[in-house]
Design a protein around this ligand. Sequence first.
Ligand code: AKG
Length: 290
Amino acid sequence: MLTPPQIQFYREQGYLGVENVYSPAEVEELRRVTDEFVEKSRAVTANDAVFDLEPSHTPEMPRLRRLKDPIKQHPAYRRAILHPKVLAIVSQLIGPAIASNGNKLNLKLANVGSPVEWHQDWAFYPHTNDDLLAVGVAMDDSSLENGCLMVLPGTHRGPILDHHQDGMFVGAVTEPGFRPDGAVPILLKAGGISIHHTRLLHGSAPNLSPHARRLLLFQYCAADAWPLLPGDKPWETYAASVLQGSPVSQPRLADVPVRLPLPAAKHGGSIYENQRDLKNAIYRGVTAKT
Ligand SMILES: O=C(O)CCC(=O)C(=O)O
């Protein structure tokens, strides 16, 4: 459980790192299962509903960039999103009735891991209130060298910046002159978690090191936060996403800033695909070995 100072830090700064949440055995299982998916990706030649590949991926040298919707791909990931310690921590921050509006595994494999340009998650999925956060499960020690998550403290209390380019959503901040000055890293040991508020500005550099940085990302939201852009079968999808507590049909409306991620990104799919055409990339030129 979080201490009152940790909760206060999260409320003020919009993020938190918590060590020793997953046991070494739990991390080991996640690594083993993930290695199996990297093996499977050898047979995959183009991005699909499950695999997102680094541009340099080949069958001989499989370079899986993201495993999409991991909780549907293997029970170990499903167990991880339902981890009692994590649900207890998340309950302290957004209340006991919790749904999930997404999950993914960003691999950032050694020497090739792609960067994630600066963005606010809320720009991708605005809801009726902003009691949403993302938990990152560190499957490896994460450091500046292997492309740990970087955040701009306190920005969850500020505006939602423009994520559009040439009139289309592009999945990254496009405000002229934006620089992530004052960014801080969330450094973690394997088994620790990062937590960031849905409106917090964050991004991460490419992995220039010989050490993988696999980060399992679980998005949690208060069960009374409803997406402003529901997908297919809105009730069924929502009800199935409730992890703790009961579904509610009376969303809570808060006074929150919203910019819709529309018109939709030219390259649909993962954030890496969305950000492909970004002109003012912060990490362009910071190249990893291939
Ligand atoms: O993998 C990372 O370092 C950042 C991930 C992220 O922000 C995202 O996928 O939305």
